[in-house]
Design a protein around this ligand. Sequence first.
Ligand code: GAP
Length: 458
Amino acid sequence: MTEAPATNVTLDEIVALCKRRGFVFPASEIYGGIASTYDYGHYGVLLKRNVKDEWWRAMLDGPDRIVALDSAIIQNPRVWEASGHLAGFSDPLVDCRTCKLRFRADKLEDSACGRKPSKHPGETEECDLTEPRQFHLMFKTHMGPVEDDAAVVYLRPETAQGIFVNFKNVLQFARVKPPFGIAQVGKSFRNEIVTGNFIFRTREFEQMEMEFFVPPAEAEKWYERWIERRREWYEELGIRPDYLRARPHEADELSHYSSATSDVEYRFPIGWQELEGIANRGDFDLTQHANHSGEKLEYFDQATGEAGEAYVPHVIEPAAGVDRALLAFLVDAYDTDEVEGRRRTVLRLHPRLAPVKVAVLPLVSREGMPEKARAVYDSLRQRVGAEYDEGGSIGRRYRRQDEIGTPWGVTVDGQTLADDTVTLRDRDSLEQVRVPIVGLADELAARLELPWRSPKLA
Ligand code: GAP
């Protein structure tokens, strides 16, 4: 599946930028870190928040009736019995007796053996792989003071089940009828055998999932519609269309609950990889939870005749990863060019995703400019995410903002003090125009709502 890298950036360059600018760094670093676990710093938090906000916006303000939910990470363990996770959520793993590493048996061609030059496990005669064993992916813990089997609980491996078990509550309180959706964003945990590629695959990650409940006869139509909508969402947020594709799963790739799944994939530096899965889950989950809980999980349609008709809605599920989407946005935005003879790294992020929208910079930190710049900053920060920076040369400050993807820069100079105008600089075109301070916040807020296209497409 993976092809030769086709992006102009390596994952190592993204990791370095994330560390240098405080987007993402290894967790527990002062203790030597903890395998494939990361913390998000200020700009990483802002970028992540913007990704999630855009997702919520697409869900809640779109054409369909979708309501929000925030369910608990730790649920009654019977939830995982009903969902099939307790019995079936495992990956086959093999150990290599020679290099002492552990691999996913179904991903050997994507794995590298520990020896140099690196080969795929099993590729050479020296490799000595064990028979595959099933490895359970759910994190187990205990609830309460007694660590016995009765107290075993699990960290959720997906947010979806919290939605299904609340189906009845939502029907009752949100007064919805199919087709409608329930959306949720939150942390999920999987004790993955193989992690890596930075934040691409980790054991603790965030998901953005929506379960869309439809009359059974409409499932196919909604499945196709959500594949298209979700691909469009990434495109509208600036991902270049050639780096996106929807790939239907082969029959042997389908999960136990799914009759059809398509992945929205991005062409990462490591090749084409899943960003998000859109699955037709049929009535599997509601039926399972109804059977295990004894509750009726149906929709009773009073409009269909006198007696009414109860049916179990079918479910179309777009399930995305926040961290993975964030990585794709970073990779797609990363660029380098030369400005006045100096090389710069620039994140050409969609302005709505950019952690900071506008940087306010006094040309020099004297002659009343810092005070004036602070006043401009105060007038902007309530409307658009702004940052004030007066330290270092103006070129250096711009390079810093370019590296975190700030789309606009405002310079306060001597003329500002005389006529209340500032220079507005564009991150991508580098165009600088003189504009009045009055109306600037409105202008930038309006620009944030405009359609946007990656300048890398020009
Ligand atoms: N409810 C269906 C479900 O969870 P999934 O394909 O296993 O489906 C959905 O997960 C999305 O969650 C994936 O497309 C990916 O973006 C993200 N994801 C899954 N496992 C991940 C991991 N170990 N690290 C980071 N993101 C992950």
